[in-house]
Write a protein that binds this ligand. Structure first.
Ligand code: 5AD
Ligand code: SF4
Length: 481
């Protein structure tokens, strides 16, 4: 296929380069004249895959579209603009996205004016972009994680021209702050504290798709939290690929402990943060979490593997013993803390013994919850080049074994909640049963409960009557606040 000159195509090699020094911050957002009010009377649909960073990016995409006058569509069938915000972390994420893009052909055939666009991490991968350009002619717009602020101009270009618009930067970019946002939640909000990642774990595509670590200024973050509090939000989650490294790129002597403490002092009711990297987790951070009641006693602390040799080959920068040391320090200092984790099985050349070390660690830590994955080679990452004699059948069996071990231990932990009273921030009626309410405890446990006179956003005491592996059942026992 002939590639047009004005396309900016992705380049993973370029994206993996890092220069020293701070990144420029841009806090103005300009709408070009030809895009102004272009969405009046029109509607958009956004489909989001992947992590919280993507959820938050979709809120920005929606915010920009609403600034242009677009309203939210009831379904993709009635939308004038459809955007798919993609994830590249594992291969099955790509299969799902391609499946959805395939299903949009029908909409395009019925309404060829519809603009179908692809954004996000997968758009940073050249193989994916080439595939979409070759086989999905109804996709008219492709842009990457660094080009969100260009959406008005890109949409205007896609509407005016018969050509497809492809705009993806791989070079190190400036950080755009203060873009418009449409929050999808009314009581819980995501707050970006940093973008990108410089850790380069050998299996991971994120440092390439999201670029160099760029921390936001602390004053901007605190101002956003204060504003959210004023607007009635009760919970914020501070977001970053590696929140514990916050500030290291700023040369201002700031770190995550200080940011957490300052955030706690805003008085917002619930503070969460994710994701933590064990290597950057300090005792001071643990102390701050322990000291403030509004910092929730819940930590997502990816282990990835319980074997020191695998961890070394993953480029994780800690040994199994060091992880356990940190885990113990957290549990000792923070009463009732819940810890969840991520684990990858079947990393190249993982031996039976190495896998056993992971099981041993899971038994020793008794995680509250675990997100478990089979290793998925990501082209362009160092691990994708490693030899891997372990069969997929063995990897599947390991995943199953791991899941049964952590499930059983987590259920025991959940059982300990029976007969206790927990504080639940209410999301609303439960998805499965509209007669039942649901929400989350301070330790991030999903609770389904009965109660009257309760609305979304309330915090209520709930008496736990029964525990399951993934949720608790209960009854409201006192007044809401
Ligand atoms: N294969 C499988 N799992 C992966 N993760 C990241 N990259 C890969 C990969 N190539 C997992 C890690 C990470 C979580 C978000 O996704 O466990 O913590
Ligand atoms: Fe990926 Fe490692 Fe960065 Fe997490 S810390 S985003 S696993 S490179």
């Amino acid at each position: 296929m002939k590639l047009l000159k004005n396309w900016n195509l992705p380049d993973l090699r370029e994206a993996g380069k890092r220069t020293r020094g701070a990144v420029e911050r841009v806090d103005t957002f300009m709408i070009p004249a030809n895009a102004m009010n272009m969405g009046e009377g029109k509607h958009y649909w956004i489909s989001t895959y992947g992590c919280q960073a993507n959820e938050r990016d979709s809120e920005t995409l929606a915010g920009i579209l609403e600034t242009l006058g677009y309203g939210q569509a009831e379904s993709p069938e009635t939308a004038d603009v459809i955007l798919v915000n993609t994830c590249a972390i594992r291969e099955n994420a790509m299969d799902k996205v391609l499946g959805e893009l395939g299903s949009f052909k029908r909409i395009y055939n019925a309404r060829p004016d519809v603009i179908i666009g692809v954004a996000g991490c997968m758009a940073q991968e050249d193989e994916f972009v080439k595939r979409v350009l070759a086989h999905y002619p109804w996709v008219r717009l492709l842009f990457g994680t660094h080009n969100i602020q260009d959406l008005p101009a890109l949409l205007a270009e896609a509407m005016d021209s018969q050509e497809r618009v492809v705009h993806i930067y791989s070079r190190q970019v400036e950080a755009y702050v203060n873009l418009p946002v449409k929050r999808f939640g009314k009581h819980k909000a995501w707050v970006n504290i940093m973008y990108g990642c410089d850790k380069f774990c050998t299996y991971c595509i994120v440092p390439y798709t999201r670029g160099k670590q760029r921390s936001r200024r602390m004053d901007d973050i605190l101002e956003e939290v204060r504003q959210l509090k004023e607007d009635g939000y009760r919970e914020v989650t501070l977001l970053g690929q590696n929140v514990n490294a916050y500030g290291k790129d700023l040369d201002e002597g700031l770190d995550f402990a200080r940011l957490l403490e300052k955030t706690a002092q805003t008085g917002i009711e619930r503070i969460r943060f994710m994701t933590s990297h064990p290597w950057d987790f300090t005792q001071e951070m643990i102390d701050v979490i322990a000291r403030y009641d509004n910092i929730m006693p819940y930590i997502h602390l990816p282990l990835q593997s319980g074997d020191s040799d695998v961890l070394r080959r993953m480029g994780r920068r800690y040994s199994a013993e060091e992880y356990k040391g940190l885990f113990d320090a957290i549990v000792k200092r923070i009463p009732n803390v819940a810890v969840s984790t991520d684990i990858i099985v079947g990393f190249p050349n993982e031996s039976d013994e190495a896998f056993q070390h992971t099981l041993d660690m899971v038994k020793a830590c008794r995680f509250d919850s675990a997100f478990t994955f089979i290793y998925s080679p990501r082209p362009g990452t160092p691990a994708a080049e490693m030899e891997d004699p372990v069969s997929m059948d063995v990897k599947r069996a390991r995943l199953q074994k791991l899941n049964s071990v952590w499930n059983e231990l987590a259920l025991e932990k959940m059982k300990a909640y029976e007969g206790r009273i927990v504080q639940v921030l209410v999301d609303g009626p439960s998805k499965r049963n509209p007669g039942v309410l649901s929400g989350y405890t301070e330790t991030n446990k999903l609770v389904n409960f009965t109660g009257t006179g309760v609305k979304a956003g309330d915090i209520v005491p709930v008496y736990i009557t029964a525990a399951k592996t993934f949720s608790l059942d209960g009854e409201m026992t006192g007044p809401r606040r």
